[in-house]
Design a binder for this molecule. Structure first.
Ligand SMILES: Cc1cc2nc3c(=O)[nH]c(=O)nc-3n(C[C@H](O)[C@H](O)[C@H](O)COP(=O)(O)OP(=O)(O)OC[C@H]3O[C@@H](n4cnc5c(N)ncnc54)[C@H](O)[C@@H]3O)c2cc1C
Length: 580
């Protein structure tokens, strides 16, 4: 390998990648656990302004009200996850949410909506047996991230904004994490941050699909880095589609953004291109069926050609009274109006949209990964949600486990964990991989990304089968090879967004291969994963989850038996008194 490219080196006791709910909570709790420690947050955008936690509309699930309980929230989470969840992680989620929501209100300073009697207002969300979703109107994420950011700005945390992590660097001996290689996107310079503890909290994000909801900074970089450094990922076939993404036309980022579930909950209708309702063909709960069922129904109508002009279906609300809709769904009505559509009085075209990845890095309830010193939290992690995430459990997941990770990392520093010397070969390889596109003849990266989006949507999306998955597998390999021949202009590395598009695509292709491999291995249908050639869900007692690893460039998939550590299928933790 050639001489090493110039890399500016830094040291920090704790390095956090990402500034969503997981990253920011981790910073605050690391500070609390280890007041003297140096803490750095490195993030691909601006702290407080990027990632998906900021985009949370609906709210935060927590068992707070009289009559609700952690056990009930746990059972909803396990049943929603179709018994694939890691039960100790799910238990941490539901009990941790009770502590974290109090911290958010009483220490971080969030205002959530309240009832007239002063108690916190909690609304109904699909798949839950109790109204437990705490919210601030339909802008809950902005409230949480703004207040958290203020606290972090004040906590003596070093910020490396517009810094993109590109590789996890192991120690020279290979027995621990030594640090992370990053690109300063403002200049193009390489940086290595050596740290005693590193948190991966870059938030997953299924942006490889034609229609998707997450923010553009999310391109599965964290999962790709985790695979490359040897970590295993679980449940990767489990990609959640939200049924009603806005169809606003080509070439606008508004296409794919969510029109919230409450619209269907309030009585909204879905109509095919023939302007007739169709949900009666699929589920007795009609438009109020769960996300996976409604998404599959819409997709089937699309396959059958019963489509609106832009290729989706219609959402109709006006039968509920236009003024009423305007009052109840102000944010949604305005979002549609901005795009030229009348949600209150007319019809709006919608399409299922890739929303959330239940899968991610395998981890312990204290957020440790299998690499010493490397921790994981939030949407980069897998196991909490099993085969499906309940709406409202996403932001609870990122804040609860961010909090735990911060404490674990602080304790590691206090216990005297060393700074390891980095493996220079891994650094050189990381730099060489990042510079590769600048040395290849410039080409159309956008065309490759469009090809990825089309193949993931058509063959690894809402309906899957063996032949589609096998063909996707071959096409993904071909796309990856094409990336080795198509480069980008490299005259200036400062804010070279084409370069970053190329790097984004590289991460997305690797993680798409992982989703495809896991989807091929799971020969049944559970939660978000539906195989038209294996439509049955299999015996819950014999549930197993997928584990994928990358070794010598090839993905190895295995099926692992679920350990029912708290409750077995057919049992419940809810006692008779609670059930009454
Ligand atoms: C439109 C929308 C609505 C949602 N509504 C709800 C809801 O109502 N309730 C709910 O529970 N959940 C909801 N979710 C899901 C929820 O947002 C996520 O589950 C959760 O907030 C993820 O938190 P996180 O900290 O893991 O990741 P994020 O908040 O996404 O943060 C990831 C961070 O990592 C950074 N990053 C990415 N790549 C790199 C890199 N290479 N180097 C450095 N930094 C990097 C990003 O810039 C960002 O700062 C919604 C999601 C979307 C998209």
């Amino acid at each position: 390998m050639g001489t090493i490219h110039s890399i500016e080196r830094h040291r920090s006791d704790i390095l956090i990648l990402g500034s969503g709910g997981a990253g920011l909570f981790a910073a605050l709790h690391a500070r609390r656990a280890a007041p003297e420690a140096s803490i750095t947050i490195a993030v691909k955008g601006l702290l407080g302004k990027c990632g998906c936690t900021r985009m949370v509309q609906g709210g935060y699930n927590v068992a707070l009200a009289a009559g609700d309980s952690a056990e009930r929230h746990f059972m909803d989470t396990i049943e929603g996850g179709k018994w694939l969840n890691h039960q100790e992680l799910a238990w941490r989620l539901v009990t941790g949410a009770q502590e974290t929501i109090r911290e958010l209100e009483n220490e971080i300073g969030c205002f959530f909506d309240r009832n007239a009697d002063g108690t916190v207002h909690q609304k109904a969300f699909a798949g839950q047996t109790f109204d437990r979703t705490v919210h601030k109107g339909d802008l809950t994420g902005i409230e949480i991230i703004n207040r958290l950011s203020e606290q972090v700005w004040n906590a003596g945390v070093r910020r490396m904004e517009d810094h993109r992590a590109i590789a996890m660097i192991p120690s020279r001996e290979g027995d621990a994490i030594a640090g992370v290689l990053l690109i300063d996107m403002r200049s193009g310079a390489f940086h290595l941050v050596q740290a005693r503890a590193v948190l991966l909290a870059t938030g997953g994000g299924p942006t490889m699909y034609r229609y998707h909801t997450p923010s553009g900074d999310k391109s599965c970089d964290g999962m790709a880095m985790a695979l490359r450094v040897g970590l295993s990922l679980r449940d990767m076939e489990m990609v959640q589609f939200h049924p009603t993404g806005l169809l606003a036309g080509l070439d606008t980022r508004m296409t794919g953004t969510v029109l919230e579930e409450g619209l269907r909950g309030a009585g909204g209708y879905l109509l095919g291109g023939d302007r007739q309702r169709f949900m009666h063909k699929y589920d007795p709960k009609l438009e109020r069926a769960t996300r996976d069922i409604v998404s599959r129904a819409i997709y089937q109508e699309m396959l059958d050609g019963n489509v609106s002009p832009m290729g989706g279906v219609y959402l109709q609300m006006h039968h509920l009274g236009a003024d009423n809709v305007r009052r109840q769904f102000k944010g949604m009505v305005e979002r549609c109006e901005d795009c030229g559509f009348d949600l209150a009085g007319g019809l709006v075209e919608v399409v299922p949209t890739a929303h959330y990845m239940m899968g991610g890095v395998e981890f312990e309830p204290d957020c440790r990964s299998t690499i010493d010193g490397l921790f994981v939290a939030g949407e980069d992690s897998g196991g909490v949600h099993g085969a499906n995430r309940l709406g409202g459990n996403g932001v609870a997941n990122s804040t609860v486990f961010g909090r735990i990770a911060g404490r674990s990392m602080g304790e590691r520093v206090l216990a005297g964990a060393p700074l390891h010397e980095p493996d220079t070969h891994a650094m050189e390889a990381g730099v060489a991989a990042a510079l590769a596109p600048l040395r290849q003849p410039p080409g159309d990266v956008g065309e490759l990304r469009a090809a990825l989006a089309a193949l993931m949507w058509d063959k690894v999306g809402i309906l899957r089968d063996a032949s589609g998955l096998a063909s996707a597998c071959g096409e993904l390999t071909a796309l990856d090879e094409a990336m080795d021949h198509i480069g980008v202009e490299g005259a200036s590395l400062a804010y070279n967004l084409s370069w970053h598009d190329w790097l984004n695509l590289k991460s997305l292709i690797l993680v798409s291969r992982t989703i495809t491999a896991a989807a091929m291995a799971r020969e049944d249908s559970r939660g978000a994963h539906f195989r038209s050639d294996h439509p049955l869900s299999g015996a819950e007692e014999e549930s197993s989850f997928t584990r994928v690893r990358l070794a010598d460039g090839a993905l190895a998939v295995s099926m692992q038996a679920v350990d029912f550590t708290r409750v077995r299928p057919g049992q419940t933790l809810i006692d008779d008194e609670q059930a009454a």
